[in-house]
Design a protein around this ligand. Structure first.
Ligand code: SF4
Ligand code: SF4
Length: 211
């Protein structure tokens, strides 16, 4: 891939500095729920308080997609904080974890459906004609990419240092085809940069956009 290896100035698109981990070519492809068993959902996720409120505002839409014993919205979130400016509202809260003996980890995010390992929030949106990711927590949509603040500016990076990534929930399988990371995770890249930003990255890398 001709690209940015020769370049020394940081590549900035859509307000994000693009980390070199996104530009590397790897012989991997996205995994499937059948193989990963939604391993990345075993710990739950931190959610901006604004987005948690939005999810709770749609509790009646989401709850039917959860097992009956999990449908009380008062049990969906815990551990509120207000000390991380990386969250747009400045405040954030975690989704709760529940025991799930059917999952390889033995526990999962409260929103993970034991029946098919899909996210109840996403399932509810799709069943009700909404965009798949319209209520899904930001960091769930972005994974296995993540944004970090570096030197006061957002950096878009592959989340390789996450313990989930390192312990079998990295969202990849071995593939015969080597592709740039931003192309393997085109949807997540476009989620952060916008489709225009993703296409700009493809143009810079000399690859055909698939979105
Ligand atoms: S993001 Fe990747 S690892 Fe997580 S559930 Fe989806 S396919 Fe599996
Ligand atoms: S909110 Fe959905 S996608 Fe995010 S960790 Fe929970 S089940 Fe997984």
């Amino acid at each position: 891939m001709r690209m940015m290896e020769e370049e020394t100035t940081p590549l900035v698109i859509g307000g994000f500095t693009i980390d070199k981990s996104l530009l590397e070519c790897k012989s991997i492809q996205r995994c499937t729920i059948r193989s990963c068993q939604a391993g990345c959902c075993m710990d739950g996720v931190w959610v901006d308080m604004y987005q948690a409120t939005e999810i709770l505002d749609h509790a009646a839409l989401i709850a039917p997609f959860m097992p009956p014993e999990r449908r009380d919205p008062d049990t969906w979130f815990a551990e509120a904080h207000d000390d991380d400016p990386a969250f747009p509202s400045g405040a954030y809260i975690g989704t709760t974890n529940v025991t799930d003996p059917s999952h390889p980890a033995g526990r999962t995010c409260v929103f993970l459906r034991p029946s098919n390992r899909y996210c109840a929030i996403q399932s509810a949106c799709e069943a009700n004609g909404r965009a798949s990711w319209s209520l899904k927590p930001y960091y769930c949509c972005l994974y296995p990419l993540v944004d970090e603040q570096r030197d006061g500016a957002p950096l878009l990076i592959l989340d390789e240092e996450n313990s989930l990534y390192q312990h079998g929930a990295g969202c990849y399988e071995v593939s015969a085809l080597a592709q740039p990371i931003f192309q393997i995770y085109a949807e997540e890249t476009a989620f952060a940069l916008g489709v225009g930003g993703y296409r700009e990255l493809c143009e810079r890398g000399g690859v055909q956009p698939r979105l």
